[in-house]
Design a protein around this ligand. Sequence first.
Ligand code: ZN
Length: 238
Amino acid sequence: MPDDTEVSKVLVVAAHPDDVDFGLAGTVARWTEAGIEVVYCIVTNGEAGGSDSSVSRADMVVLRQAEQVAAAKCVGVSDVRFLGYPDGRVEASLALRRDIARVIRQVRPDRVACQSPERYYARMPASHPDHRAAGSAALDAVYPDARNPFAFPELADESLEPWIVRQVWISGSPQPDHFVDVTDTFERKVAALRAHESQTGQMTNLEEMLRGWLSRNATIGGLPDGRLAEAFLVLELS
Ligand SMILES: [Zn+2]
């Protein structure tokens, strides 16, 4: 099982503002409580989110960035970087791989968390096309782009040294093999999700919905009754 004591820095890559919070904010809160530094890299600004057509998409960019920064604070994260790719049209392009590899080389994390590139038939929202594309690009950026000194020579021109990420945690995987007990950080996860007011403001059953998902994860992971868990597929890289 992955050991947090050997980890000092984690980079979380996600497609949209709020993805981190739905997927792993409870786990992020545990990491930061343990003294691990966590950085977010959000691929889009989420301007295709929400249903309020009275808000201009330019205003939505500003709003969703601010909401993500506020949500990050709820779980102890103060470094949030936005790549500005168009929401709803993310592809696992060479440009996106390079941009994520750049952030990996800047941050130099021991562990990267990202979304699953696999389609999860039982949970379609988890496998939104942007999530799959961002997950695929993040995995390619971890291996081989960030560690290969000859990948994307422009990064070397920016004086960014190759960096080897040792571990990847994939959220939204159809085959999770690691379950983090987030019962004690659940309130912080809910607060982070509430910070995404434009997305969750109308969800009167948010907490109940989350308890349902997270207690199902806990059951699958073999945790005691009444516990809540976030689920991951963990990859060890050498
Ligand atoms: Zn999303």
